[in-house]
Design a protein around this ligand. Structure first.
Ligand SMILES: Nc1ncnc2c1ncn2[C@@H]1O[C@H](COP(=O)(O)OP(=O)(O)OP(=O)(O)O)[C@@H](O)[C@H]1O
Ligand SMILES: [Mg+2]
Length: 319
């Protein structure tokens, strides 16, 4: 049985009337990458900030290693490194100075420091810019420095808030690989993301949160397999469908569930999609409802989210 290195117990944070994190219970196992996935405002950053003792819980607590973050925050902090969602760097500094100072503070011996800095700066693609003032940097470049801090530090527990927002696709893959190697070298990684693909490819387990509450936590494959029916057919129609129409689709053989995120947009969860598809298109033809597009796919983490909330992540972000 893998042992938890972080134990979140009834963790709650209120800002006035708003409950940003709502009695969250979750265990993060030593040596895993756990992705906290949720739409904007789900409570991801607030959770991470409580674990790193930046924010104090309103109720409940978390244990980081053996330390209760509310009782022994100084000790808890010795085990963690955090990359913040919005990097705050001193504008006149250079990547080299920022990382060198960070390495010093983290107690990395001077003989090791230079080698490690060079390796990390090359990996995040900032070696040639290492002596440039960061005020000339793009948002993505500043984000790379923030993530580089963690890679220099190699903490026992790395907490990374949105590892690759604003970073281009090549940079994303490099950072994902570096996070994986950090895990392989023995760190436990807790990261927050609202990118489905990032959560899926990077996490050993994904915890989906919405409105401060944990919906489900498991490995990405099991989460997708838990969706009723093994396939998804997405149909966009030329006009809105009635409730009666929806019910008829629901009653079709092999159809397990139908989610109508917009009145003309159906997600049909079913088995053996290829066998049912002709029946579905015939049905809409008969009803004189034009089909604008049809797409067959395997379930994604978005479907898992939609299964629990009735909304896609994109829609949840708009509310
Ligand atoms: N310091 C604060 N004061 C008041 N409300 C706050 C504060 N920090 C966060 N919130 C609110 O708490 C909720 C959760 O915010 P949080 O930043 O944890 O979300 P998130 O899941 O990280 O979202 P995102 O994907 O946008 O980063 C939001 O409604 C936010 O407005
Ligand atoms: Mg956030």
């Amino acid at each position: 049985m893998p042992k938890p290195i972080i134990r979140i117990v009834n963790l709650t944070k209120k800002f006035g009337n708003l409950t940003a994190v709502d009695h969250l219970n979750l265990e993060i196992e030593e040596g895993e990458i756990l992705g906290l996935l949720g739409p904007n405002g789900a409570g991801k950053t607030t959770t991470l900030l409580m674990l790193t003792t930046v924010l104090r819980p309103t109720e409940g607590t978390a244990f980081v290693g053996p330390y209760d973050v509310t009782q022994e925050p100084d000790k808890a902090r010795t085990l963690v490194g955090m990359a913040f969602q919005d990097p705050k760097v001193l504008w006149v500094s250079t990547p080299w100075d920022i990382l060198n100072w960070h390495a010093k503070v983290c107690g990395i011996p001077s003989n090791e420091r230079e080698k490690r800095l060079r390796w990390v700066l090359e990996e995040v693609g900032l070696w040639n810019e290492r002596r440039k003032s960061v005020h000339t940097f793009s948002g993505g470049m500043r984000k790379r420095i923030e993530v580089a801090k963690i890679l220099v530090q190699r903490p026992k527990i790395a907490i990374i808030d949105e590892p690759t927002t604003q970073i281009d696709i090549v940079g994303k893959h490099r950072i994902w690989n570096m996070i994986r190697s950090l895990r392989d070298e023995g760190s436990t990684i807790l990261l927050a993301t609202n990118e489905l693909y990032e959560a899926d490819v990077l996490s050993d387990r994904v915890a989906i949160i919405h409105r401060g509450k944990l919906l489900v936590c498991d490995n990405p494959k099991k989460l997708k397999d838990s969706i009723p029916g093994g396939d998804v057919i997405e149909v966009v129609l030329g006009k809105d469908v009635s409730k009666k129409c929806l019910e008829e689709v629901e009653r079709m053989n092999r159809v397990v569930d139908v989610l109508s995120t917009k009145p003309n947009h159906l997600k049909i969860y079913l088995n053996k999609a290829e066998e049912v598809l002709p029946q579905i298109t015939e049905f809409f033809l008969k009803m004189r409802i034009p089909i604008k597009s049809v797409q067959m796919s395997e379930p994604t983490l978005d479907d898992v989210f939609a299964h629990y909330t009735g909304l896609t992540i994109e829609e949840a972000e708009k509310r």
